[in-house]
Design a protein around this ligand. Structure first.
Ligand code: PLP
Length: 447
């Protein structure tokens, strides 16, 4: 049981990520105490269905004893082994091999990190190293998408387009460039896939031309943009962008931190689109959030170029906790669960979720319904014809999140009135129905 003193301790000492510090002090923390399956229980004993898998990460669901056992076993045998100095541990080596086997194409080389931000950050360093090794040091400009999210590391936050990741920090990102997102619902030219793809191709070409073709290092995308509001590009978009990057000799980075590990159906969204990026970043579902870990997947040609460029010198990039054996042991067990039925269940549950959300299209507040697999969103508007967003000054996200919580549902409410869903893949029919029923109730209360 938690008491006011815990709230006071939080207020006094714990700095929360991406929060208004003053707002949080006024609101006070909501403490979660335990969880099982797709249900979390707060410290007052209130049960909530977790429609967001923590932070799009607990893909396997909560309370898997086999994951706990894998971690415990590894902690007992070898809780830590560095991957520096030519050392290693069995789970990390096995995990790298298992991931390479399942990765698209020749993404055969895996660099483990602690999460998604440092995975993205690592790619930026590797990409610079790659171009310098290729004798093109001027390739130091990076392009990503408006509404893109790629974490909050000091450098990688430049790729993130969300304004509050830049405002107030005074860190220059003049090596960063953005092109518009393939946002069918808000595309000025309409939602015809042909036009959306053509517009993105033209935008990337124009941006590269403006920067200078010999200056651009890489283009970053999320196969489905998560934190920007679950923006789903039409089928064929990812492949078209990948092909253009190849034509322009620009590295293509697929950030699968959210979409990886079954979130959209298969292990990786890139496989579904039949594309092989030069880099792929993952985290979250890799360990299903039980312990921290991320992974950078690097294509053969990039690895060979960096290795040749470095020769006998060390490539000076690493973390104490790179390839942590306990995280690797957990990831190996999670992978077994995915392939032992969880991916399949996610596809089934995702179809039920999408069908249920689609049925809400007639609700006066619902302007758009979109998603793939267990990654979905509804976009709320005040006028369906004009597609008018909910007024920001009424803080719709805060109000809807609070209301959903009172109704026993955890969802992500984005500032622009988009409600995001990323439930655990283990959801039963009853779990999905509860998410839908509580969403409908929350919408009616929001009218
Ligand atoms: N990239 C994407 C696409 C993400 O969604 C996130 C986090 O949500 C990150 C990178 C950063 O990951 P982390 O929060 O583990 O640092």
């Amino acid at each position: 049981m938690y008491s006011n003193s815990l709230i006071e301790l939080d207020r006094a000492h714990l700095i929360h990520p991406v929060a208004s510090y003053r707002g949080h002090e006024a609101q006070g923390v909501r403490v979660l105490a335990s969880a099982k399956g797709a249900t979390v229980t707060d410290a007052y004993g209130r049960q909530l269905i977790d429609g967001f898998a923590g932070l799009w990460c607990v893909n396997a669901g909560y309370g898997h004893e086999s994951i706990v056992e894998a971690a415990t076993r590894q902690m007992r045998e070898l809780p830590y082994a560095t991957a520096y100095f030519g050392l290693g541990s069995e789970p990390a080596i096995r995990l790298a091999a298992e991931l390479a086997e399942r990765a698209p194409g020749d993404l055969n080389h895996i660099y483990f990190t602690l999460g998604g931000s440092d995975a993205v950050d690592s790619t930026i360093r590797f990409i610079r190293y790659y171009w310098i090794a290729r004798g093109k040091p001027r390739r130091d400009q990076f392009i990503s998408l408006e509404q893109g999210y790629h974490g909050s590391s000091t450098v990688g936050a430049g790729l993130t387009a969300l304004p509050n990741f830049h405002a107030g920090f005074g860190i220059p990102f003049d090596w960063q460039h953005k092109i518009p997102s393939p946002y069918p619902y808000r595309n000025p030219a309409g939602d015809d896939p042909k036009w959306i793809i053509a517009a993105s191709l033209a935008a990337l070409r124009a941006k590269v031309e403006a920067i200078g073709a010999d200056r651009v290092a890489a283009f970053y995308v999320e196969p489905i943009q998560g934190s920007g509001g679950v923006i789903v590009p039409p089928k064929g978009w990812l492949k078209a962008m990948r092909d253009l990057c190849r034509e322009l000799d620009i590295l293509f980075v697929a950030d699968e931190v959210i979409t990886g590990f079954g979130r959209t159906g298969p292990l990786f969204a890139c496989s579904e689109e039949d594309i092989v990026p030069d880099f792929m970043t993952t985290a979250k579902g890799l360990t299903s959030g039980y312990v921290p870990m991320g992974a950078v997947f690097m294509a053969d040609h990039v690895y060979q170029t960096i290795a040749e460029g470095a020769g006998a010198s060390a490539v000076g990039h690493g973390y104490t906790y790179s390839a942590h054996p306990v995280s690797a042991a957990v990831a190996l067990e999670v992978l077994k669960l995915y392939e032992g039925g969880l991916l399949e269940n996610g596809v089934k549950a995702g179809a039920r979720l999408m069908a249920g959300l689609e049925a809400m299209r007639d609700h006066p507040l619902v302007g758009d319904v979109r998603g793939r697999g267990m990654l979905a969103a509804i976009e709320l508007v005040t006028d369906k014809t004009a597609r008018t967003p909910l007024p920001a000054e009424t803080q719709p996200a805060r109000r809807i999140f609070d209301r959903a919580w009172e109704n026993g549902l955890v969802i992500r409410a984005f500032a622009n009135g988009v409600l995001g869903y990323a439930p655990p893949l283990c959801c039963t029919d009853a779990d999905i129905d509860a998410i839908l029923e509580k969403t409908a109730k929350t919408l009616d209360q929001t009218l």
